[in-house]
Design a protein around this ligand. Structure first.
Ligand code: SF4
Ligand code: SF4
Length: 259
């Protein structure tokens, strides 16, 4: 009897800190089951062994920051049946997208002894700006349970069951007292994508938006509430200029407070 071929999984890295790839290695209990179901064909963080493509599912971490990245992501797309981006760098440009608001040549001239050796783009951009992406998984880093759900969904040919509502809903579900209402602590939860389990409010801290914008975020309304709680324009600008600074909703709101 011929054995059914296992789907090939590839994990690719672009400009990033590797934290989202580590989330896969951090799956411990679930990892053995994943390895049973898929052939890990390309995952340099875990193994030097490489199996040639094409690949059934590619997970892509990191943003596009160099001309080489632009060429490489095209090749990854061509070699992949499904391509899923993981984390704030891949889905929004990451913390390195803070350069997008400044003159990159100034940075290069100050940081590098030989700027002429540096070949870079003037912006850090998400993968979806360059190739078609089948699904975006948010977070900085991503939630490992959501990652397992996304891998399972693509292997089973269904849509991932990962909600797109705000962190506030997670506070309600776990019974966390709202830090904005109870203590007047500014919180980005009402406009931030769910996925973390509302960790920060459960420790009496405001959310700072590491999962990026939820669907249809009302950023202007939240900024007005932050002002009423005493936040200055500079504070509001800075809170939108975090790991997801170049996500459209956060970028536009930050620009309002830059004027
Ligand atoms: S603490 Fe933040 S995330 Fe939680 S309900 Fe209040 S505003 Fe929403
Ligand atoms: S900053 Fe917000 S989205 Fe990130 S872990 Fe804290 S509560 Fe969750």
């Amino acid at each position: 009897m011929t054995r059914k071929r296992k789907p090939k999984l590839a994990v690719w890295k672009f400009a990033s800190c590797d934290g989202c790839q580590l989330s896969l290695l951090d799956c411990e209990d679930e990892l053995l089951t994943v390895v049973d179901e898929v052939e890990i064909a390309y995952f340099l963080e875990a193994s030097r062994a490489v199996v040639k493509g094409p690949y059934d599912l590619s997970l892509v971490e990191g943003s596009i920051t160099t001309p080489l990245d632009v060429r490489r992501i095209q090749q990854v797309r061509q070699a992949s049946k499904f391509l899923v981006t993981i984390g704030a760098c891949a889905t929004a440009g990451g913390i390195q997208a803070l350069r997008n608001f400044k003159d990159i040549n100034e940075f290069i001239s100050v940081v590098y002894a030989r700027p002429e050796y540096i070949e870079t783009l003037d912006k850090s951009t998400p993968i979806a700006n360059h190739v078609f992406v089948d699904f975006e998984l948010r977070g900085c880093p991503i939630n490992k349970r959501q990652l397992i759900e996304v891998i399972s969904a693509f292997l089973q040919g269904r849509k991932p069951n990962t909600p797109a509502h705000s962190v506030c809903i997670e506070c309600k579900l776990r019974g966390t007292v709202c830090v904005m209402v109870a203590h007047g602590t500014p919180c980005l939860g009402p406009i931030t994508h769910t996925g973390c389990g509302a960790i920060c409010p459960s420790y009496h801290r405001g959310c700072y938006g590491c999962f990026g914008p939820m669907e249809t975020p009302n950023t202007a309304s939240l900024s007005a509430w932050w002002s009423r709680l005493g936040a200055k324009e500079q504070d509001i600008l800075r809170v939108f200029r975090g790991f997801n600074a170049y996500a459209e909703a956060f970028r536009k709101e930050s620009e309002v407070h830059e004027k």
